[in-house]
Design a protein around this ligand. Structure first.
Ligand code: URA
Length: 428
């Protein structure tokens, strides 16, 4: 047992504000394996009940960010974006090349999907030949040459991995300062001077209710600023999946269609809001100018051309869009009642897509890049009995029965149209 750390637990338990030296010592000792799990767990529970000041959160975040590899991007209009995770969330694939086509520079570290949310690396790897295995040097080189590049995050913020595992085991995942330091430490290690957070609220999000999502958005922006970065947050709806496609290859196709002006309205709306904030945070444009530039880039085809350029720079062949994976079989889910779709539960759709092979339950699971769900109706749409609500795409027949169970439970039909905007608020 460590007596310095015991005193720190006691101080946090009693509501003391902990200073920079102790936070740094905590992270150092944690990564060195010097702190027993039972003491760290007690400390996390004390944080859960007592909270942390913005300065404490910023200090812990910095210490966690420096616990592993850190990128150094230097001067330039660099900006990074981060989503708290959702279903059908292909915003990175749209907003990153779109912002890069307008002059921002993005060297982005992304992760794989785990649990019910997807990951950008899995989506990009559905593109034949696309590699996210880039060294930090190569990531920066490509971002400077193309305007954007995306690599798999590996050796960054190891302190987060240790803390996250203990939070998961001790019912302290929800502690807001711990969520903020977890997300922000990985962003800071990525080296950008400015961040845009896409904070999702709803059934398919980490924060199910809007108030909690707003608190998280505010806390992320405050802690990022306290750590000397520019930051904004876009609060977006995640009760139903974003867009119509859920599943890696299907989402890439939808993202490409969106950049060609042929995508669903909600994907376009959220991506435009995130890309506009990226341009403003990068110092490339003001809020009005950002929207004008984005509209021009979309119309002129520059936004799609940038995605294409990034894909080819990272290994995809010229005809990658035609070679996206296609599943061998499909099955439809039909509406039983007539009326208006009143609920399309993002969580249930994610479970259906994952049951088909689009996601993984453990880190070791293989995913099927062709598997997933395409929604033909969204919340607020009129339906008649027998209409196709969604199509399940799959390669393995054994996976269908379970997926159908989730998919059938996902949709509810009511007698009145309801709607909720895709972008709820921008917090600066
Ligand atoms: N995402 C993270 O990276 N960490 C959290 O704690 C929650 C969401």
């Amino acid at each position: 047992m460590n007596s310095w750390f015991k005193t720190l637990i006691l101080r946090k338990r009693d509501g003391d504000v902990i200073g920079e030296e102790d936070w740094r010592r905590f992270v150092g000792a944690l990564v060195a394996g010097e702190l027993p799990d039972y003491q760290v767990s007690a400390f996390l529970m004390a944080i859960y009940f007592r909270g942390m000041t913005t300065e404490e959160t910023a200090t812990l975040t910095q210490a966690m960010a420096s616990s592993g590899e850190q990128l150094s991007l230097g001067a330039g209009p660099y900006v990074d974006k981060h989503s708290t995770g959702g279903v059908g969330d292909k915003v990175t694939l749209v907003a990153v090349p779109w912002a890069a086509a307008c002059g921002a520079r993005v060297a982005k570290l992304s992760g794989r999907g785990l649990g019910f949310t997807g990951g950008t690396v899995d989506k990009l790897e559905a593109i034949p030949g696309f590699s996210c295995s880039l060294t930090a040097t190569r990531l920066k080189e490509l971002a400077d040459a193309v305007g954007c590049a995306i690599a798999e995050a590996r050796a960054i913020a190891p302190a987060d991995k240790i803390i996250y595992a203990l939070r998961d085991a001790t019912a302290t995942v929800e502690a807001l300062p711990l969520v903020v330091s977890s997300i922000l430490s990985k962003k800071i290690a990525g080296g950008a001077p400015a961040f845009v957070f896409d904070v999702k609220a709803g059934r398919g999000a980490f924060a199910r209710d809007e108030k909690r999502a707003r608190d998280l958005a505010r806390a992320l922006v405050a802690a990022a600023k306290a750590a000397g970065r520019r930051a904004t947050a876009v609060l977006t709806a995640m009760d139903q999946p974003l867009g119509r496609a859920v599943g890696n290859g299907l989402e890439v196709a939808e993202a490409a269609a969106t950049l060609r002006g042929e995508g669903p309205g909600d994907v376009l709306e959220v991506s435009a809001a995130v890309a506009a904030e990226m341009l403003v945070s990068a110092g490339v444009a003001g809020p009005e100018g950002a929207r004008t530039r984005l509209a021009r880039a979309l119309e002129a085809g520059d936004a799609f051309a940038k995605l294409d350029e990034m894909a080819r720079a990272q290994g995809a062949p010229r005809e990658w869009r035609q070679r996206l994976p296609r599943a061998a079989a499909s099955a439809n889910v039909f509406a039983e009642d007539g009326g208006y779709v009143s609920l399309l539960d993002a969580f249930a759709v994610a479970r259906a897509a994952n049951a088909l092979g689009a996601g993984r339950a453990t880190k070791e699971d293989e995913i099927d890049p062709a598997a997933g769900v395409v929604l033909h109706k969204k919340t607020g749409d009129a339906v008649s009995p027998g209409d196709v609500l969604m199509t399940l795409h799959y390669d393995d027949d054994r996976r269908l029965a379970e997926a159908l169970r989730y998919a059938r439970a996902a949709a509810e039909v009511g007698d009145r149209p309801t709607s909720r905007p895709a972008v709820l608020e921008v917090l600066r």
